[in-house]
Design a binder for this molecule. Structure first.
Ligand code: ZN
Length: 418
């Protein structure tokens, strides 16, 4: 799934190039839909190397037919696909990143026969209705939608990119850049081999600009440029009760309950409005007037966002949506203790676990923020360890908490005047 979050968004006017007629664009859209249909039909489960190889064969063919020279970059995992058009050595170079792998599919969870067989639909009274492909021969309605694995994330952008190149060529537009393209095959598995592969192929990938074509469409449906990406780090926090779950009839009121302890720790981190109240958590984050002006210019339709999320009121870390994204966040991404639902039992559980993620911005350092959270917990009288407590420790300390830290992925931000 997408892990990129907005930092700053600029919406451009949709009429980018006056030399393209509406008919010409419609023809190209028609062609790109059919090309995407063909591409989606090749399964791309990131866990299946045979799938990945079939996609590479397709990509190789498509990029070569547009005049790119191509290379397969071997990695410690699945191979990466690379393509380039070097026009002149002295022109600036843009490197595009996209990915062609997808999450595994569960056919039963799809409202169509096969997630790899793309379906064209239109919305009628809030329901999606299938359309016959022959409808493409007529006028294309831009409110139609395509459904299939990786249609938007992230095979769609690859096909859009190829067709944009076609249009530029048709119109004999001179592209004032050298173009390099790197296509990831393990994005949905956290791109583990990518950093080393980039270092090993430093010369090949060298560029003046990097554009990542991956991320959500703004709800205004306008073309969007995002000038950065928040980073992330994680904490796994566990509180302890009796060494084994105990019957609440026997030990309720006596054996300390880890769920209540964890709830107290967690609720001490934020106020009623979702603001983190841990000392110095937001330190150093300020915006000048110029930045505020840009953030406020993003045409966010708050009513639509609230309707889509079905929420009454947002948290108020920022005073509006775009401002909220400029702060680090503290999020409980998972919680568990004992059993719930039909499996609920009358026990005092042995432990309670909270999985936390912290989104990072340029002004914050992931390791420092984790330390602030740990110091905050320590002040509440907890003995902090990074492994299971021993029996001796359990007997010695009343309040024990186990905190395991995840690695830090740094944020980045591009100057708007770049
Ligand atoms: Zn993606």
């Amino acid at each position: 799934m997408m892990k990129i979050l907005l930092s700053i968004v600029i919406i451009f006017n949709t009429a980018i190039c006056i030399s393209q007629t509406e008919n010409q664009i419609e023809d190209q859209v028609r062609k790109s839909i059919l090309e995407l249909k063909e591409f989606i039909a090749i399964p791309n489960d990131a866990l299946e190397i045979n799938d990945i190889n079939k996609n590479i064969v397709w990509l190789d063919n498509k990029f070569k037919s547009r005049g790119f020279s191509t290379t397969i970059i071997q990695t410690e995992g699945s191979p990466l696909f690379y393509a380039e058009i070097i026009r002149k050595e002295k022109l600036p170079t843009i490197l595009f990143y996209m990915h062609f792998d997808g999450q595994s599919v569960d056919n039963a969870k799809w409202n169509q026969e096969d997630p790899y067989k793309i379906v064209l639909k239109r919305k009628v009274d809030n329901n999606w209705q299938d359309l016959d492909w022959s409808i493409l021969n007529g006028k294309i309605d831009l409110n139609w939608r395509l459904f299939g694995r990786s249609t938007s994330d992230d095979k769609g952008p690859i096909v859009m990119f190829l067709n944009a190149i076609d249009l530029l060529k048709k119109n004999k537009e001179k592209i004032p850049f050298n173009i390099k393209v790197i296509l990831d095959s393990e994005e949905e598995k956290s791109s583990k081999p990518l950093p080393k592969a980039v270092r090993d192929n430093h010369e090949l990938l060298k560029a003046d600009f990097l554009i990542i074509n991956d991320g959500p469409v703004h709800h205004s449906n306008k073309p969007t440029l995002v000038f950065g990406c928040r980073g992330v780090t994680t904490l796994s926090i566990t509180t302890f009760g009796p060494i084994k779950p105990q019957h609440s009839g026997h030990y309720g009121n006596y054996a300390p309950n880890p769920g209540f302890r964890l709830a107290k720790v967690l609720s001490s981190m934020k106020d009623e409005n979702g603001k983190v109240i841990i000392d110095r958590f937001y330190k150093g984050i300020e915006f000048d007037m110029a930045t505020q002006k840009i953030l406020k210019a993003v045409p966010d339709d708050i009513a639509t966002i609230h309707k889509n999320l079905a929420i009454n009121k947002p948290e108020t870390v920022g005073s509006y949506y775009q401002e909220a994204l400029q702060f680090p966040s503290l999020n409980i991404r998972g919680l568990s203790s004992g059993w719930t639902g039909a499996k609920a039992r009358t026990i005092v559980p042995d432990r309670a676990i909270a999985e936390i993620d912290i989104r990072l911005v340029l002004e914050t350092d992931g390791n420092s923020l984790k330390k602030l959270v740990k110091d905050h917990i320590k002040k509440q009288g907890y003995f902090i360890i990074d492994r299971e407590p021993t029996i001796e420790e359990r007997l010695k300390y009343d309040k024990i908490i186990m905190i395991k830290e995840g690695s830090v992925t740094n944020p980045f931000r591009t100057d708007l005047n770049n």
